[in-house]
Design a protein around this ligand. Structure first.
Ligand SMILES: [Zn+2]
Length: 184
């Protein structure tokens, strides 16, 4: 393993997209499972989510995927692979408050491009896909726990309980409490 310390110097190279540092190290971001060259023209991640490696092999071994924008392996990431990476990102982050803009920024894309490519490959928009993940988790929690519905809504990243109920009903044709009652 060739993990390096995230020194102030390396952190500065990341936040200033310093081309001089390319080749010296790669940085991986835990929340997105993506790794980049220092020069990647992306919004800086949170420092505590960043790990730094001296080569590109270690992040790959650890399950990180190459960024589509800066292409740390020097070759293009196929779109189908990229879409799989986004699905994986949504599975990992569904509990957070996400908007299309935030998702796009974290995976180093633009909202329009992300929406367009994701829909072309999956038939769903990224936010529709996110809702599907959330409702699946909610169904599981409704049947396997006795948590109040407001708690479940918050757990899956929807802080407004009545909005959660509307979305749930739209996806399943039942209210959360009716669904729970039926399954018990
Ligand atoms: Zn990148």
């Amino acid at each position: 393993m060739t993990q390096l310390d995230l020194t102030d110097e390396r952190w500065q190279a990341i936040t200033t997209n310093d081309r001089q540092a390319d080749g010296d190290f790669f940085y991986a971001v835990k929340t997105t499972q993506i790794f980049c060259r220092p020069s990647c023209a992306s919004r800086p991640p949170k420092r505590e989510n960043v790990a730094v490696y001296s080569n590109s092999l270690d992040p790959i071994k650890l399950g990180f995927r190459p960024c589509k924008r800066c292409q740390p392996l020097g070759n293009k990431v196929p779109l189908a692979t990229w879409v799989e990476d986004i699905k994986n990102y949504l599975q990992l982050n569904y509990q957070r408050k996400l908007t299309l803009e935030l998702i796009a920024s974290e995976i180093h894309s633009s909202p329009y491009y992300l929406h367009h490519v994701f829909k072309a490959h999956t038939g769903l928009t990224p936010l529709e896909y996110l809702t599907m993940i959330r409702i699946d988790k909610a169904k599981l929690l409704l049947t396997t726990t006795s948590y109040p519905i407001a708690t479940i809504a918050r757990y899956i990243g929807i802080s407004n309980t009545s909005y959660f109920s509307v979305v749930f009903k739209k996806m399943t044709a039942e209210s959360p409490s009716a669904y729970r009652k039926k399954k018990k």
